[in-house]
Each structure stands twice: as structure tokens, then as C-alpha cells.
Design a protein around this ligand. Structure first.
Ligand code: ATP
Length: 305
């Protein structure tokens, strides 16, 4: 079994009386991708800052890549890449000069900068001043900066903000490559649909606390949300509706029925439907989405931030 890239035990960060992060415990295995989800102010950024050693914990313990981020030095920083939520660069220097600046900080060879710009599709703008960059270009420059030195852990705070759909795909392709090479990735996002198939672990935070942690299937089970099944009927809809009566939620068309059942009952219900033979023309199954799971665990009706 692989080592934990991140180990948190009852980690707490207070600002005055307010706990931005409250007793969070989690272990993220090396080489996995963790999505941090939560409402505005849930504590995601603070958790990342703790992992980076940019802020000290008030209580609890934290180990990142086997070290305490609060006291680790250059060697630790070289093994970590960070893309902040609102990445701010010097406006008057070029993209290439920007990357060189960060490469020097990490004591990495400057030659990597051109390669990284190519990787994020910015070679054509390498010599242009950052002030001429679009939001998406700045975001890509931020990602290139985070990739300097082949980090073992990448912390990406809302990394796909400002990227168009094609660049988002490209972004996740880069993330997959890094994971395949054994890097651990932690990212926060409010765009849940893009995370569904792309993360190994999902952590949902609410008011500083970790509400749930697991893969999507685990979260679906814990959320206890219904599975939706649409049955297209080839024969008499009324007859089929009667046979499946207890499951039918509504008739959604002349030849279509919408059913719901609990996740553990899915196979038994499918068995009942297929037993109807040719009277059933088609079946579509819709599992609870990450949006549904998030609303169940992470939604904070009192959140006004
Ligand atoms: P968002 O999705 O809006 O980026 P977040 O989940 O990243 O939110 P944090 O930025 O971690 O949330 O903030 C968590 C809480 O801690 C918020 O209530 C915030 O106001 C508070 N907080 C964060 N940093 C500080 C600080 N330096 N001083 C005081 N309070 C802070």
C-alpha cells in the first residue's frame, strides 16, 4: 500500500474565535487526485494554506510528503506546486520571464520554462507582457508555474476558472499525466460536473468541518439518494405502469415512465423491469450526480458569504 501524501489528524485553524478549519482528519494516498468541495468560506483555501505551510495550525497535526509543512524548507517547496485561486503576476514582464522568476526561486534549471509554456499552449505568447494576457492565458501561466520542478504534490485552488471547455479538457489531461507519473493532486472547484469522472477522492467541507470523504460511489451510498430509471414502453403504458406501480414517480410522455428506487435495490428493480420482456423498449439509468451528492452534504442554507 502506498504512503499517505497527506495525513491530517484533527487539524484546526482558528482566526480569533472563528474556526476556518475544524478538526479535519484525512489521509490522501500518494498518486491520487482529491477534490475539495464546499460552499464559499467552507475552509478549502485555508486547508490548502495549511498543507503549504503558509499558515500554522492552531491544533491537531499535519504531515505533507512526510514533513511538517510549517517547518519544512526549500526541499519541501520544490516538491510542491501551488496554483492560488487569484493568481497575480507582475504585469510588466513576459510569461517566459515570469516562469524564470519562479524557476529561480525553486532553484530549477531555467530551460524547463520554455517546455512548460509549450505544455500549457503559451509558446506563441512567451515574449508578451503578462498585462496583455487573457484570463485563461493567466490561468495557464499559473499552471505552468505550479508544474515547475515536477512536483510530487500539486495544490490547485479553483484551477479551471476562466478556462474555456477545450482548455479545461486539456488541463485535466495534464493532471492525468502527472497522476500517472505518481504525483498527488488536490484541487478545489465549484464546477462539480467536470470532477465526477476525474477524481479518486472527494472531500466535502461545510463550515470548516469535513462532512464526508470517499470516492463517488461511496458518497452516493452514504448520501442514500434515489436512482432514477426511465423506461420506454413499447406496448400499453398503463399496463406497464400498473405492473411497476410502487416504483413509478411519473409518466414523462406517452411511452415513457420515470421510476425511482434506492441504490441497493437497483439490480432487483432492473430485474423486475426486464421481466416485462418486449413490452419494454429501452431503459436509461441515472445515478445520483456529484451535484446531487453535494447538495445532500455540502449545501449550507445559512451561508451568506
Ligand atoms: P471560497 O470557496 O469562497 O474560496 P473557501 O472554502 O476557500 O472559500 P476559506 O478562504 O478557507 O474558504 O475561508 C474559510 C473561513 O475562514 C471564512 O469564513 C473566511 O472568512 C475565514 N478566513 C480565511 N482567512 C482568514 C484570515 N486571514 N483572517 C480571518 N478570517 C479568515
Amino acid at each position: 500500500m502506498s504512503e499517505g501524501a497527506i495525513d491530517l489528524q484533527a487539524l484546526t485553524k482558528r482566526y480569533g474565535a472563528h474556526a476556518a478549519v475544524s478538526e479535519v482528519s484525512m489521509r490522501v494516498p500518494e498518486g491520487s487526485c482529491l477534490a475539495l468541495l464546499g460552499h464559499n468560506g467552507a475552509g478549502k483555501t485555508t486547508l490548502m494554506k495549511l498543507m503549504l505551510g503558509l499558515t500554522r495550525a492552531s491544533a491537531g497535526s499535519i504531515a505533507v510528503l512526510g514533513a511538517d509543512p510549517g517547518s519544512a524548507g526549500l526541499d519541501f517547496r520544490r516538491r510542491i506546486g501551488f496554483l492560488p485561486e487569484n493568481v497575480a503576476f507582475h504585469e510588466e514582464i513576459s510569461g517566459l520571464e515570469t516562469l524564470r522568476f519562479y524557476a529561480r526561486l525553486k532553484k530549477e534549471p531555467l530551460e524547463v520554462c520554455g517546455v512548460l509554456l509549450e505544455r500549457v499552449g503559451l509558446t506563441h505568447a512567451a515574449e508578451r507582457r503578462v498585462k496583455t494576457y487573457s484570463k485563461g492565458m493567466r490561468q495557464r501561466l499559473g499552471l505552468a508555474q505550479a508544474l515547475i520542478g515536477r512536483p510530487r504534490l500539486l495544490l490547485l485552488d479553483e484551477p479551471t476558472t476562466g478556462l474555456d471547455p477545450v482548455l479545461r479538457q486539456e488541463f485535466f489531461r495534464i493532471i492525468q499525466e502527472l497522476e500517472a507519473a505518481g504525483a498527488t493532486v488536490v484541487l478545489s472547484s465549484h464546477i462539480l460536473t467536470e470532477l465526477e469522472a476525474r477524481t479518486d477522492l472527494i472531500a466535502i467541507m461545510k463550515r470548516g468541518r469535513l462532512v464526508v470523504l470517499g470516492d463517488l460511489d461511496t458518497l452516493r451510498r452514504e448520501a442514500d439518494l434515489p436512482v432514477r430509471i426511465r423506461v420506454t414502453v413499447s406496448g400499453e403504458t398503463a399496463v406497464i405502469a400498473e405492473r411497476l406501480g410502487d416504483l413509478v414517480r411519473k409518466r414523462s410522455g406517452e411511452h415513457s415512465l420515470e421510476l425511482t428506487c434506492a441504490l441497493p435495490d437497483k439490480m432487483a428493480v432492473l430485474g423486475r423491469i426486464t421481466a416485462l420482456g418486449r413490452a419494454v423498449a429501452d431503459i436509461d439509468i441515472e445515478l445520483p450526480s456529484l451535484d446531487d451528492v453535494y447538495l445532500r452534504f455540502g449545501h449550507d442554507p445559512e451561508d451568506v458569504s
